[in-house]
Design a protein around this ligand. Structure first.
Ligand SMILES: [Zn+2]
Length: 168
């Protein structure tokens, strides 16, 4: 018999944004996706779409809430801050740099890519900010706290961003 598929009205607005501030997060994995073609002939770029979850929060309702980071491959400074927050410098051959670890799958099919590396399950501290997009508030990571030991000495050329939202 046909029926109406109802949901509770409290679900209509989605989850409230989390208060701005410092959060401990665990890296769950990545859901890579190519950016939409711009139509100017340029190659679409890959967004790694990192997925994290809040843990050990003083407000237990926030534990398990998801936190996302696009990690576009053209925004290397974000990739660098991200890796350092989980305690890993980027690996490099002098010409290119990459997150530590390998990927399984076919590079032309983003959905097939699976990260196999030491960052999985690792913990970082991040500063969540509140951003708004089309009139709706959402959480974005404004800053990653570096936990690479002696980063400033070992990597004097690296300046970690204090406000990623400003850089776009
Ligand atoms: Zn660092």
């Amino acid at each position: 018999m046909p029926f109406m598929m109802k949901i509770d009205n409290s679900k209509l607005e989605g989850l409230d944004v989390m208060p701005a501030g410092l959060y401990k997060v665990r890296l769950l994995g990545f859901k890579p996706k190519y950016s939409k073609p711009k139509g100017d002939g340029s190659q679409p770029s890959l967004n790694l779409n990192a997925q994290m979850e809040v843990m050990d929060n003083a407000n237990p309702e926030l534990n398990g809430r998801k936190v996302f980071e696009g990690l576009n491959q053209n925004a290397g400074w974000v990739l660098q801050d991200f890796a350092h927050a989980f305690g890993f410098p980027l690996e490099t051959d002098g010409t290119s740099s990459w997150l530590p670890g390998m990927w399984d799958g076919d590079a032309s099919d983003a959905a097939s890519l699976v990260y196999k590396g030491p960052m999985l399950g690792q913990i970082a501290e991040v500063e969540l900010a509140i951003d708004s997009y089309q009139g709706k508030e959402n959480n974005k990571i404004g800053r990653y706290l570096c936990r690479v030991p002696e980063c400033a000495t070992k990597f004097p050329t690296i300046t970690h961003s204090l406000n990623l939202l400003k850089k776009g």
